[in-house]
Write a protein that binds this ligand. Structure first.
Ligand SMILES: [Zn+2]
Length: 514
């Protein structure tokens, strides 16, 4: 079994072989923190999370860097408009990004470099490019990269060499292929930059880094001269990634990136999606509209990353039903009393894992991987039905496979949804906002702790005590759904539950004789 990934650089599916196994270096272009990240950005980030989690599942030791662009044309313009210093404008959006990332269950990167913390390294990179004779100072005082002095320019984005306007310059961070010109490495400071504190001294003149330069410097600093995988959205292929290659490869004389991976766009279409905005724009809109992150991830899994993804209200609703089914199954399997003789579950679990790997090895075919998981749940539910709900003796091994696969895809809702389903038994279509409240935002207080069956191997007494505290807090808050759910789970594990003024008593039920 080998993982094959589509490399934008070669336009082919290639077997993935890391440079220095088991280490895999992964650089992903992060958000520009001038505003809230768009849900289209999160489509890319979720694809990258899937990639990262699957590499880890497959035994690689991934080192993941995601940068925060906190100085560029947009951040400076936004800070100037707000009349505040750059850092004061970007800090809350950086915080919001981390909050949104937690909501959408993105595994935290190992490093989140902010461009403004790496200015000396960027200055050093520009100096090297000047020494190599590929950079020059324009008459506007800015430093530019001369694209005709790098033979590989255009290889990633397939800009035809005859379309290059060498000698002509482009000084904005974003431009399209029609403007394939000498691009800016270092922008001479303007009064607007000084006003928001976005200017630094450099031997070649006071100014600030160009956006493309930032990623080259940070990737090299944190991951070395050659990175295994660099990922982003398709909109970054040109000019951002093309320019990153040019700067990095001229500076080091080595290949910058071995595998370039790009996620397609997300389209927001169909029916009206948000009461508040008329359309969903940011991750927080989804959260405020009460969508469980597992539903979002289920929907995103249903389209392979190189295809355009349609985000509609109906699609989200369908994904939520699918995700809820997974949660219901997990609760059922985990809560089923073990002891029945071995059944077909291990075979089914083996088939799940094999199907999952085959699908994911094929350029992260998440739709097929998700289908394998859904098939397993259907088959296993049938098996449990046939056994009157009793789990076979080797239930834990099957549960572990389920958790491994679900852990990569992140498609199973937390806590509250499970509760609703296990209590009412008809919760599928009741995924309303109040039920989802608290899901995925596990805090320290009992009010936000997940109401879930004990995990395999978890200390039952500690679990019961926690559930009792949750029930007490929920009763005090008159959150009857949550209180009932906690009691049902406790009873399901054989405990007797008594409510008193002081709290909730949990008594072990006497075992039936024999
Ligand atoms: Zn970048």
């Amino acid at each position: 079994m080998t993982l094959r990934l589509y490399n934008t650089l070669t336009r082919r599916l290639e077997e993935f072989v890391p440079l220095a196994p088991p280490r895999v270096t992964l650089y992903t272009c992060g958000p520009t923190v001038w505003n809230y990240a768009h849900i289209g950005n999160f489509r890319t980030f979720i694809f990258e999370d899937l990639l990262r989690r699957y590499l880890e599942y497959a035994g690689h030791a991934v080192e993941h860097v995601m940068n925060l662009t906190d100085v560029d044309d947009r951040t400076i313009a936004a800070a100037a408009k707000a009349g505040v210093a750059l850092v004061r404008h970007t800090a809350p959006f950086a915080d919001a990004f981390f909050e949104d990332s937690r909501y959408l269950r993105l595994a935290p990167a190992h490093h989140y470099p902010r461009a403004t913390d790496f200015v000396p390294q960027m200055v050093a990179l520009v100096e090297r490019l000047l020494e190599r004779g590929v950079a020059y100072r324009g008459d506007d005082g800015s430093v530019y990269f001369a694209i005709d002095r790098f033979a590989g320019y255009g290889r990633l984005s397939h800009v035809e060499r005859r379309d290059l306007k060498a000698g002509a310059r482009v000084s904005s961070d974003e431009y399209d292929k029609a403007d394939a010109r000498d691009f800016v490495l270092w922008k001479a400071a303007k009064p607007e930059d000084e006003a928001v504190g976005a200017a630094w001294d450099a031997p070649f003149g006071r100014g600030r880094p160009g956006w493309h330069l930032e990623c080259s410097a940070m990737a090299q600093c944190l991951l070395g001269e050659t990175v295994d995988i660099h990922a982003g959205g398709v909109d970054l292929i040109f000019p951002h990634h093309e320019d990153e290659i040019a700067q990095s490869e001229v500076a080091t004389g080595k290949p910058f990136v071995r595998y370039w991976l790009h996620a397609e766009f997300l389209q927001v279409g169909g029916t009206k999606m948000s009461k508040r905005y008329g359309n969903i724009v940011t991750a927080r809109d989804l959260r405020e509209d009460g969508w469980d992150p597992a539903a979002v991830r289920t929907l995103f899994c249903s389209t392979q990353y190189r295809k355009q993804l349609q985000l509609t209200d109906d699609a989200l609703r369908a994904a939520a039903v699918g995700a809820a089914r997974l949660a219901e199954f997990r609760a059922r399997l985990a809560g089923a009393a073990p002891g029945a003789p071995q059944g077909a579950l291990p075979v089914m679990a083996g088939r799940l894992e094999a199907g999952f790997r085959t699908a994911m090895d094929d350029d992260l075919d998440a739709p097929r991987a998700l289908a394998a998981l859904m098939d397993f749940v259907r088959e296993a539910n049938r098996e449990l039905d046939e056994r009157g709900g009793a789990a076979p003796a080797d239930r834990d091994a099957a549960l572990a496979v389920f958790e491994r696969v679900a852990g990569v895809l992140q498609v199973v809702p937390e806590a509250s949804v499970v509760v609703k389903l296990s209590v009412t038994g008809h919760g599928e279509l009741q995924l309303s906002a109040p039920v989802l409240e608290g899901a995925g935002t596990v805090g320290p207080g009992p009010g936000s702790l997940p109401v879930v069956p004990p995990a395999p191997g978890e200390d039952l007494a500690a679990w019961a005590e926690r559930l009792a505290r949750i029930r007490f807090a929920a009763r005090q808050a008159k959150d009857w759904v949550r209180a009932d759910a906690a009691r049902a789970l406790l009873q399901g594990q054989g405990f007797e539950v008594r409510d008193t003024k002081e709290g909730v008593q949990v008594l072990p039920r006497r075992k039936a004789p024999g």
